[in-house]
Design a protein around this ligand. Structure first.
Ligand code: EPZ
Length: 415
């Protein structure tokens, strides 16, 4: 069994550099298909979801090559518009290839993305937006077939904020004919980074960071070298690591501007921080207060991806807290594993009520990426030793969580 072994209750006091952002890298890798040349992504995170997306791109005929932490993608020859089923089924976020394949090849075949542990994860918003821009779809044998004579400009209106659907609409529009207006866009930073990448490669997108994007179609994109931004969820995870151990810690190059909601919650529980010259200095000796009410929201609200991880921190607080999950319908899956560690959490519909207390180390199971990270963070705050099974879930989004936490002074190892 591949797992992670954690020794609990060591107050952290070290320094760690924050990796590149998984959720910025994946859509930018898909966008590289729109350039009939070479795209270089500096600071690309070496995580299994990126390696999987790389395999998918190679299966489509692109060439990929790592030079240190830069990933080079050569897409001058695309030989197929069909994402290999067993690869696409492993990663929901491969759905973002829909927009770039339609934009590049005017065709796309993907496995119909299923739901996952955190919810049904429908794609209705993706399909309705792409149909507005000139695509047609059919489903057969669990595959989604998309095609278009030419993606054309139009006005897309999202009734609900969706990161992936916004990214797909942008990817389909950048090389389409005419001008596209997308209203009700997701304002998550990763959407902004995708647009920055595309503009750097020759696209013409305005309104970045707002809920209304205007895209003037261009005939093609060109080569560019783009730096992947650092990962706000990884950085938030390590703020929680410092908090639960009542230690300190220094994060190097965190995207602090994108972490306001997380840092506000950190201050509410008693954490103190200073950001100076690219370093975030954390002081968590007093980070033991509960939070009466916290709700996950779309950006710039508290990110759903940090909900499970913050739940672990509140399970060790001195008092009672409540967290409402408002983005996904089933994102408290990690609670039974935290309860095995002694966490006193009751979930009723979308609200978790937490009675802060002590956690004790034991053997627990990761079932998905952020829940797995939450169990590792819980292990840091628990008495004794914790063993988290199914490490591969955590490795989907964290380059090397053991390496990083040990840099912060923890005692964590792969086992
Ligand atoms: C992205 O997923 C992220 N993944 C998720 O991070 C993140 O949790 C999520 O955005 C929300 O911020 C990547 O960027 C690769 P959505 P995405 O479409 O695009 C509903 C992680 O741990 N919806 O914004 O799939 C949907 O069910 C992952 O790194 C529809 O109803 O999220 C959800 O309730 C987990 N119809 C809500 O919208 C649709 O067509 C938000 O989903 C699409 C989505």
């Amino acid at each position: 069994m591949k797992g992670i072994r954690i020794t609990g209750q060591i107050p952290l006091d070290g320094e760690v550099r924050i990796q590149g952002s998984k959720n910025a890298a994946l859509p930018v890798m898909a966008a590289a298909l729109l350039n009939r040349g070479t795209t270089v992504l500096k600071g690309c995170p070496r995580i299994s979801d990126v390696f999987l997306m790389e395999k998918i791109l190679r299966g489509l005929g692109a060439g990929t090559r790592w030079q240190g932490d830069s990933l080079e993608i050569c897409a001058d020859q695309i030989s197929s518009c069909e994402v290999e089923r067993e690869l696409g089924e492993k990663m929901r976020s491969s759905i973002v290839l829909l927009g770039s394949l339609l934009g590049r090849c005017r065709e796309a075949v993907l496995p119909f993305p299923g739901g996952c542990v955190i919810g049904a994860r429908p794609i209705d918003l993706h399909l309705s937006a792409l149909k507005t821009l000139g695509a047609e779809f059919a489903e057969k044998d669990g595959r989604l077939y998309g095609r278009t004579s030419q993606m054309k400009g139009g006005t897309v209106f999202f009734r609900k904020s969706s990161v992936g659907a916004t990214e797909n609409a942008v990817l389909a529009a950048v090389c389409g004919e005419g001008t596209t207006v997308i209203r009700g866009c997701s304002k998550e930073p990763e959407v902004g980074w995708l647009c920055c990448f595309l503009n750097q490669a020759g696209a013409r997108i305005s309104g970045i960071g707002t809920s209304c994007l205007v895209i003037r179609g261009v005939p093609r994109l060109h080569d560019t070298v783009f730096s992947i931004p650092s990962d706000r969820i990884t950085a938030g995870t390590y703020v929680c690591a410092s908090a639960i151990t009542r230690g300190k810690g220094i994060l190097v190059k965190p995207p602090v501007k994108e972490m306001k909601a997380m840092l506000t919650a950190y201050e509410k529980i008693g954490g103190q921080y200073v950001y100076n010259s690219g370093k975030l200095f954390l002081c968590s000796q007093k980070a033991s207060r509960p939070i009466h009410w916290l709700e996950t929201q779309i950006y710039p609200g508290f990110p759903t991806d940090l909900q499970s991880i913050f739940l672990a921190v509140l399970a060790c607080a001195q008092g009672n807290s409540q967290i409402k999950e408002s983005i996904f319908e089933d994102r408290f899956k990690v609670v039974p594993q935290l309860q095995k560690m002694g966490a006193q959490i009751e979930v009723e519909e979308q609200i978790a009520r937490i009675r802060g207390g002590k956690l004790r180390g034991t053997r627990v199971k990761a079932e998905e990426l952020r829940g797995g990270a939450a169990l590792v963070i819980a292990g840091l705050g628990a008495e004794g030793e914790t063993y988290v099974e199914n490490r591969e879930f955590v490795e989907r989004g964290y380059e090397d969580i053991c390496r990083d936490l040990n840099c912060l002074g923890a005692r964590v190892r792969k086992d």
